[in-house]
Design a protein around this ligand. Structure first.
Ligand code: C5P
Length: 234
C-alpha cells in the first residue's frame, strides 16, 4: 500500500503558500489544503497547486445534516482532489450521503476519510466537555467502524490509535495521522503525538504541519520526515 508524507499547508494566503512550495525543487510533496487557505483563496488555490503537480488532500472536515454535506461534496467533486474528509461525529447517515455526493457519474470516488477525534483533544476533555463516557481508544474504534460501515476509505486519527483502527477495520482501511513531531521538536497544541519513525508501523500517511512549515530549513525537515517515515531519500 502506498505510504507518503503529507505537508499541511496552513498558510494565510496564496503568496506565502507558493513561496513555500517554490523551495521544493526535487520531489513534489503531497500537500494538505485546510480551512485557512481554502477560505482565504477559494477553489482556485486547489486548481493552481494541482497544476503544479502536487497530490492534494482537501481537509475541510465537513459536518452538517446529510443533505447539506451531500450537496457540498457534489460541488467539491469537481475539484478532483486525491483525498477529502468529514467528521465521523456527523453519523453514518451523513457519511453515506457525503460519499454519494462525492461519487462521479462513472461510479468512481476519491479517497474519503472521516476524522475520529481531533488529535488536539485529550480523553479528559472529550469526557468532561463532550460527555462521551467512553475511553479515547473505544471512541476512535467505534467512529472508525462507523466510517467503514458507511463505505469510507479510512480515517484521520492520532498515530497512537492507528494500530487499533487497523485491527478493528482491516489492513486496507487507511489511517492518515496528524500529530507528528520529531523526537527533538516542539509539541505545540497537539496532545496525542508520535515521531515519523514510530508512526511508520500503522500509518499509511502522516500529516506534518509546523515541524516542516515553521522549520528554519523546510526542505531539510521534509526530507528528514520522508527518511524517517518511508526510509528513503527524498
Ligand atoms: O502543525 P501540525 O503538524 O500540528 O498540523 C497538523 C495538521 O493536521 C493541521 O492542519 C490540523 O488541522 C490537521 N489535523 C489535526 N488533527 C486531526 C485532523 C487534522 O491536527 N484529527
Amino acid at each position: 500500500m502506498a505510504k507518503d508524507v503529507i505537508i499541511a499547508l496552513d498558510f494565510e494566503n496564496k503568496e506565502k503558500t507558493l513561496a513555500f512550495l517554490d523551495q521544493f525543487t526535487g520531489r513534489k510533496p503531497y500537500v494538505k489544503i485546510g480551512m485557512e487557505l481554502y477560505y482565504a483563496e477559494g477553489p482556485a488555490i486547489v486548481q493552481e497547486i494541482k497544476a503544479r503537480g502536487h497530490k492534494i488532500f482537501l481537509d475541510l472536515k465537513l459536518h452538517d445534516i446529510p443533505n447539506t454535506v451531500k450537496k457540498a461534496m457534489a460541488v467539491l467533486r469537481h475539484l478532483d482532489v486525491d483525498m477529502t474528509n468529514l467528521h465521523a461525529a456527523g453519523t453514518i447517515a451523513m457519511m453515506e450521503a457525503a460519499k454519494e455526493g462525492l461519487t462521479r457519474e462513472d461510479g468512481s470516488c476519491g479517497v474519503l476519510l472521516a476524522v475520529t477525534q481531533l488529535t488536539s483533544t485529550s480523553e479528559e476533555r472529550m469526557q468532561s466537555e463532550l460527555l462521551i463516557n467512553a475511553s479515547m481508544p473505544d471512541t476512535v474504534k467505534k467512529y472508525a467502524q462507523n466510517a467503514k460501515a458507511a463505505g469510507l476509505s479510512g480515517v484521520v486519527c492520532s498515530p497512537l490509535e492507528a494500530a487499533l483502527v487497523k485491527e478493528a477495520c482491516g489492513q486496507d482501511f487507511l489511517t492518515v495521522t496528524p500529530g507528528i513531531r520529531f523526537a527533538d521538536g516542539d509539541v505545540g497544541d497537539q496532545v496525542r503525538i508520535m515521531t515519523p519513525e514510530k508512526a511508520r508501523a500503522a500509518s499509511d500517511y502522516i500529516v506534518v504541519g509546523r515541524p516542516i512549515t515553521a522549520a528554519s530549513d523546510p526542505v531539510a525537515a521534509y526530507n528528514r520526515c520522508v527518511m524517517e517515515f518511508l526510509g528513503i531519500d527524498a
